[in-house]
Every structure is written in C-alpha cells, then in structure tokens.
Design a protein around this ligand. Structure first.
Ligand SMILES: [Zn+2]
Length: 194
C-alpha cells in the first residue's frame, strides 16, 4: 500500500484516468496538526460534463467540538451536520442554467463513525477512555455533479459560511479548462467566479 499523507487531500477525476489531479498536500500538517480552526478547504475540478468538489473542514467549524460525541445531543449534532452537508443544494449555489445534477455525494466524519459505533452500547466504555487525547477531527465531503450545460457554470456560491458560522475562511483551489485558480472565500465574498 502507498503511504498517504494524512494531511493531504487529493481530488482526481477518475473519468480522465487520473490525468487531472489537484492536490492540497500539506507536509507540515501531519499527525494531529491537520488543520486550523475556522479554515476549511474546497477543491473543485471541472472536466467535460463533470463537476467534482472535495470539501474538508475542521469539525470545530461544523459542530463546535472535535472530541468524540460525549452525549446524545452531540451525537445528534454530528448527524444533523452530515444530513445538511449531504444536501448539495444547501451547500452550493450552482446556476440553474448549468443544469447540474448530483450523481454522488459522500459526507464523512470520524465523529459520526464513532457515534454509530457508540449507539451499539457494548463499546461505550471504550469510547470513554480511548480518544480523549484526539483533539482534531474533520468533516469531509465529496460531491460529484453532472452538468448538461457546463458552459453556463460561471460561478459557484459557497453557502457553508451561513450553514456553519464557525467557518471564517475557505481556501479554494479549482481547475477547469479556463485554468487553475486559488482563492480564499470569506463570509462577505462567498462566490467563486470560474
Ligand atoms: Zn482541530
């Protein structure tokens, strides 16, 4: 197995055989230093009729904590956040003229995996002692759209700031026929011009 830097997220377009790949590798962000609270990342790739978006955010921005859910309310907060993030139309404002339809959406967090685990209560004790030092956790999302009128995809509004006010800045890297760009979005400037 190839060793993967845990601080890196990679987005590749499988339909291109991986020939388009953008990578946010952060070699100095290994171990549990993988993120800065308030900052999130988006990787956006457009090719042909495919729009792929990879999202990564500290759990702090999303639910206000990064430890394993300690009670039912925190478990529910994690599940609610995942439910919100899975609704692509809440997260991204995509011009209707581009006729983009989501074909695959995956949202994950280690907090949710543990929440499901803990619901099967045999392992509640394990939950108590095993993860107290684990201070950083992320939410990640993968969104794959197919757009019938890609030429009309001129911008994407990123609604994460309103959904999750703990988000202060989103570092966006995008690649399309029109080139690559890297830009920081903020609550006051939350639309990516493509
Ligand atoms: Zn953290």
């Amino acid at each position: 197995m190839t060793k993967i830097n845990p601080g890196a997220i990679v987005l590749s377009l499988s339909l291109l055989g991986g020939s388009v790949q953008i990578q946010a590798a952060e070699s100095d962000h290994e171990h549990h230093e993988a993120h800065v609270h308030g900052e999130a990342e988006l990787l956006i790739a457009i090719e042909g009729d495919a729009l792929e978006i990879e999202f990564r955010s500290p759990a702090m921005n999303i639910v206000g904590f990064e430890h394993q859910p300690a009670d039912k309310a925190q478990m529910e907060a994690v599940e609610a956040a995942i439910g919100t993030l899975k609704q692509a139309e809440l997260v991204f404002g995509i011009p209707s003229g581009a006729k983009c339809e989501p074909v695959a959406i995956e949202v994950e967090s280690p907090l949710a995996e543990h929440a499901e685990h803990a619901e099967h209560a045999e392992h509640a004790e394990h939950a108590d002692h095993d993860h107290e030092e684990e201070t950083h956790s992320n939410f990640t999302g993968h969104y794959h759209f197919r757009c019938a009128e890609m030429s009309r995809l001129e911008r994407i509004e990123v609604k994460l700031f309103k959904l999750f006010p703990g988000t202060e800045v989103i570092e966006v890297q995008s690649v399309s026929k029109r080139g690559q760009q890297k830009i920081d979005l903020t609550p006051g400037e939350s639309t990516l011009e493509l």
